[in-house]
Design a protein around this ligand. Sequence first.
Ligand code: HEM
Length: 187
Amino acid sequence: MYGMINRAVQGLVLDRHGEETWARIRTMAKVEETEFLSMEQYPDETTYRLVAASSEVLGVPAEEILEAFGEYWIEYTAEAGYGEIMLAAGRTLPEFLANLDQLHTRIRFGMPHLRPPSFSVSEAEDGTLTLRYVSERRGLAPLVVGLVKGLARRFGERVDIDRIAERSDERPYDEFRIVRHAPAEST
Ligand code: HEM
């Protein structure tokens, strides 16, 4: 994956836990780089190792690390030069989710080797959303949960999100149900 992902993992750990914790995670993950270059490609394995080592060092399940990273990513990208692309992707949660593939297609202009996931969304009459996620990678569904929560926050909404179908040999996708709640009254 492009180094931007690992850079953001590093940013999250540094923000919340500091240099010393990051150094321990880096050592445990056997990662030699002290910095990642956003536009350079690194083996997916590097990212998976960083997540596993973060889980070990911080004592929380890898799923929680991925979810926290997903939420962080929404703010990170908006501030890391992708604010315009984020704005263009939509002004509401359903609109944004429907445009995710287009968003990654735009990112591919700058990152020609991007291997992005693919999403499709449908909206029921009661406003519940069903999000389908297809990826060539394994184990990243908790990341999607965090990403959707981060997007909901971006739009001032709160959501409950559950995985309703898990990818398997017969089913090439994960599926999530997203229940939207009215934004909190501002005081
Ligand atoms: C402007 C904002 C964004 C940028 C710059 C960006 C960029 C990237 C990059 C560089 C990767 C790694 C893939 C690779 O290197 O081959 C990636 C993967 C991914 N992106 Fe985005 N992305 C953005 C927004 C989003 C949003 C809003 C979502 C919400 C669902 C999302 C979902 C994912 C997922 C789930 C992956 C993991 C790869 C996989 O499932 O195979 N991205 N993205």
